[in-house]
Ligand binder design. Sequence first.
Ligand SMILES: NC(=O)c1ccc[n+]([C@@H]2O[C@H](COP(=O)([O-])OP(=O)(O)OC[C@H]3O[C@@H](n4cnc5c(N)ncnc54)[C@H](OP(=O)(O)O)[C@@H]3O)[C@@H](O)[C@H]2O)c1
Length: 355
Amino acid sequence: MALFTARASRASVLRKPFLSLPQTTARTLTTRATSYTLNTGAKIPALGFGTFQDPDSQEDTVNRALQRGMRLIDTARVYNVEEQVGKGIKKSGVPREDIFLGTKLWCNDYHPEDVERALDDSLRDLDTPYVDLLLMHYPCTFQRGPDRFPRDADGRMIAGETTYLDTWKAMEKLTKTGKVKSIGVSNFSKGEIETLVNESSTIPAVHQMEVHPYLQQKGFNEWLRTKGIHVVQFSPLGNMNDFYRQTGWSKDVAHMMRVIDQPILKEIGEKYGKSAVQVVLAWGINSGRSVIPKSVVDWQIDQNLEADFELQPEDLAQIATLDAKARFNDPSLDYEWRLYSDLEGIDGTVRGRTH
Ligand SMILES: NC(=O)c1ccc[n+]([C@@H]2O[C@H](COP(=O)([O-])OP(=O)(O)OC[C@H]3O[C@@H](n4cnc5c(N)ncnc54)[C@H](OP(=O)(O)O)[C@@H]3O)[C@@H](O)[C@H]2O)c1
C-alpha cells in the first residue's frame, strides 16, 4: 500500500543543507504552552508532533522533538513506526508521564476479539505500559487477519463483518485496564459520531480529523465542541505533505497553491514576526484545537514549537476567507466506504478524477 510503505529517508537528504542554518527564534514571550482538558479529565497539549512517513528518521526526530519541547506525540499502528517512536522516547530521557502519547488501531484489527491484542502489540512496540490516547483510525472495518489491506481478486478491499460500534465497545473496556487513558476516533462523519454517542456509554475524548485553512469545517467543529469532543487537526498545513500531490486520492485538488503560500498568511505573519506555517498552526490553537505538524527537520520543529501565540480577531477573520472546502485525505473509493458523508469537501471523490 503506497501510503504506508517506507519512503526513502528524505530526512537525511534534507537535514544536511539545513544544518548550517541558524536555529530559528529562541523561546519568545509571546509563545505560550497551551493545553486543554479532555472529557476524561486528562490534559492534552495544543502543540504536538506527527510521525507519519520517514520511518528511518522517526527514532531520531522523536528524540529531538521531545528534547526541544514537544510533549504530544501522535502515531499509528499502520505507520509502521511505533518501535522507532518508542526508542525515540526512551532516548530523549523525557519522563514518560510528561508525554502525551497517542496511537491508532488499524482497520484489520477492529474485531472486538482482536482489539486488546492489537493494543498490546502497539504497547510492546512503543515500549510503554500505556498510551494516553487510543483512536480508531477510520470508521471502516476490513476483514480481520494479518493483512492490513485485504483485497479480493479484483483488488477491492474486503470489508470486515463487525462495525465501528462493536470496536468502540471493545475500546471502552480497555479504559478499565489502565493500558489506555482516553479513547477517541479519527476520520468519522458527524452521523458516525452520533451513533457512538447514542449507542454507547462513552463520548469520544478526541476526534482527529483533517483541518487547515482550506478545510475549516466550522459547523462540524462547533458541533464537536458542544459534545465535549476535542479536535486534533491532522495535516494542519494542508497540502504541504507531498503525499497528497502524489496519491490518486487527492492529487488534482492538492495541486492548488500550497496553504502556506497564501499571501494573507504571510502578511499576518509579518505583524507578529512569524512565518505563514506558524500562523496556520496558531490559527488552530486559537480556535481551541490541537495541531500535530510532522517534521524531520530541526529548524522546522523549532518553528512549530514557537507557533503558540495569540492572533487578533481581525486576523482570524482574514484566515476564515481561505476556506476552500478542499479535502486532501479521502480514501473513500479505495477503502470501499463513503467517508465524511455528511461533511464538507467530498466533491472531489469522483472515480477517475481524484482516484
Ligand atoms: N488520522 C489520520 O488519518 C491522519 C492522516 C494524516 C496525518 N495524520 C497525522 O498528522 C500528522 C501531520 O500530518 P501530515 O504529515 O499529513 O501533514 P503536515 O504536518 O500538515 O505537513 C507535513 C509537511 O510539512 C512540512 N513542514 C512541517 N513543519 C514545517 C515548517 N515549519 N516549515 C516548512 N515545512 C514544514 C514537513 O516537512 P518535512 O517532512 O521535510 O519535515 C512535511 O513535508 C502526521 O504525521 C500524522 O501523525 C493523521
